[in-house]
Design a protein around this ligand. Sequence first.
Ligand code: BGC
Length: 616
Amino acid sequence: MRKFLRYTLPVFILITAMLLSNASCGNTSLKPTKAITNSDDTGNKYSYQDYAGMGAEEITASMTLEDKAAQMVQGAVYMVSGSDMEKFDYGSILSTTGTSLKANEWLNKIIGYQQSALLSHAQIPFIYGQDSVHGVNYSSGTVIFPHNINIGAANDPDLTYKMGLAVADEIKLTGMLWNFAPCLAVSRDPRWGRTYESYSSDYTVVSDLGAKYIRGLTEAGVLACPKHFFGDGMVEYGTGEGDYLIDRGNATLTDVQIKQQLSAYQAAIAAGARSVMISFSSVNGVRMSENYHYITEVLKGEMGFTGFVVSDWEAIHQLTGSDTIKGQVVIAVNSGIDMLMEPEKYEECRKAIIDSVNEGKITKERLNDAVTRIIRVKLEMGLFDDPYMENIKTVQKNTGSQEYRDLAGKLQEESMVLVKNENAVLPLAKGTTLMIIGPAADSLAAQCGGWTISWMGAQDAQIIGGTSILSGFRKIAKEYNLKILTDPSQMSQADAVILCVGESPYAEWNGDTADLLLTGKLGLAGNREAIDAAASSGLPTIALIVAGRNVIIDKEIDQWDAVVQCYLPGSEGGGAANVLVGKSVFSGTLPMPWYSSVDSIDKGDAWLQAGFGLKY
Ligand code: BGC
């Protein structure tokens, strides 16, 4: 049911809405050419252009309670219509659909909503948010960078900063200026379905790379949103919400561990982060979305964060203190959450804020603080001066440029970790005949993983451009005099097997696993057959693992002469071939420990420690 609501239903509603509201999508002739003036309840006249020169406090002071409450909610694109925006002027809209519009289609769609927002009573420009967690998501033809776990394996701060600039550049071409990234989870247990969204199990690496990426996004004019504040990666197995194994569970943390987690957010703030998303999970038994101490006293107080705080997707409905929407809104807002990510209940939440202020359950000071923070960030983003994003400069004219593909490819090559190389089977000698098999050999979808085109990942055909591992080998075959075979019936002609196995794409709790096995529920279909074919060939076998984490391979490891952990390389995964022939070097190291059984997780007896990586 959850999946239906988040995936199938949104696609259906979005397509229907686009067909019905075509007139307002991308029709820039609707743009107001002069100030449209509305009057508020006190008879004051104003228009968005009259806000020129005003500060966030002043603008907030000029707004009605109704207008303020609307700024504090964010609805989903598949629910909010242009006429809703004209009526209420919601503070933000977000994407989570399986529809991959092209960059200019997104831009036109967002301009259409902005036209509506600026015809509203408040005329406050809205901001569009989405999860471009490894390149622009939900859009076709963009460069899909390796996931954060790869970025941690590469651990190249300069390239991470450049990735921030590049992703921001492609984001600006779509108009979705608010990016819910980076994830600053410090990963503890690979059974968590969001392990690949984490840079590392080392909080200093998370802090450093997160800050570099944020600096890139921010300098290019995109609003970063480090998430999920905090402790999301530290949750314990078995504490997951409902029937989830681990996702959204509880982290039992010492004061020292809490300081370590917070240090990544302090670095993010210093790097320019102006929004922060609160975690679904709990720390020491208290849900973060109702944690007044950490949101208000620590983040906004001690840490000096003056941007705004957003809740996670419908997170407030999991709060323990109330089972009514109004009660949940009161708890969340009074804990310090400024904007509620409410894909479907945004209007109910808006009304709940209004009623709660009228009833004195949310003070006017808290209301004004929340709205001022949101307006302040919108002012800083230049949205009041340039709501239609006409003056935004981009380096590239289109998404999917060769320059950004090369950058993604470089990060991908740097992120490959060589964990076993017996008899120096790698680098591959010139003139080798290779049998390349396994379900990850020619699958852009497997290489990209979750949060690609749609929440749960893409279909191969939806990823435009890019190179698979197999096509990467084909590209260099002539130069290295390689003969490439893919039909296992020709096994006897080969000198070595390149066995490409991995996990199916997943996101969030859908990736929680009890066994971490390649041949388990989350393994790619065909892993078992390919592993067996390689084993029975008697040939030297080089296993390439395309997975969101260090899966358990204790049963297979002795059959393999070399093992390369590729994690989730993104659309440019074909660069693996360059490293395997020695055209590029191996420089990646494990960002997290590699366990040989689930029983040894987090017990200090990993098979390989974080930082391990063979070189040549
Ligand atoms: C995830 C967030 C994401 C949000 C919006 C939530 O389910 O936890 O990481 O930003 O959805 O898609």
